[in-house]
Design a protein. Structure first.
Length: 158
């Protein structure tokens, strides 16, 4: 069997993840890939989102390959946040399964159809449902519900 181990980088900054993305694109075709989470000790929230997307795209781009992981059980925070499930590994919470709080939101899949259904259930315009979700995200990030930064973030999410 033609196998390739892929070490998750220890540097989960934007630059580190950009470098990792380029590395992923250069990996030749194999029958099996193993993601090794051994070098990483902490997954910052934004980095989790970006890394999850990179791994998900890699998995989707290799539909015939087999994927395994190692050293993932050492990361309960990432598992709680839905990180591993978000790219297809059956470990930890599903995205959106953790309840979240006033200070954090777990990885959550937001489908357009769900927003449309939410708006219909409340007899409101779809734009209002999108606005409400955008404002909730902005509030989580800055812990405020008004002001220039709140307005800018809310607008950006919309």
């Amino acid at each position: 069997m033609n196998s390739r181990q892929i070490a998750i980088p220890g540097d989960l900054t934007i630059q580190g993840l950009a470098d990792f993305s380029r590395q992923l694109r250069r990996i030749p075709e194999h029958d099996e890939y193993q993601f090794d989470f051994g070098r990483q000790w902490w997954f910052p929230p934004f980095s989790m989102l970006l890394l999850s997307r990179q791994l998900s795209q890699f998995v989707d781009g290799h539909p015939e390959a087999r994927f395994t992981v190692s050293n993932h059980r050492n990361h309960p925070y990432a598992a709680h946040m839905g990180f591993f499930q978000s790219f297809g590994l059956d470990f930890g919470n599903e995205p959106g399964e953790a309840g979240g709080s006033s200070t954090y939101l777990p990885i959550t899949n937001l489908e357009f159809a769900d927003l449309r259904a939410e708006a219909a259930a409340g007899y409101e315009h779809l734009g209002n449902a999108i606005e409400r979700r955008s404002q909730r995200l902005a509030e989580l990030l800055i812990q405020e519900t008004k002001g220039d930064l709140f307005d800018t973030l809310s607008y950006s999410f919309r």
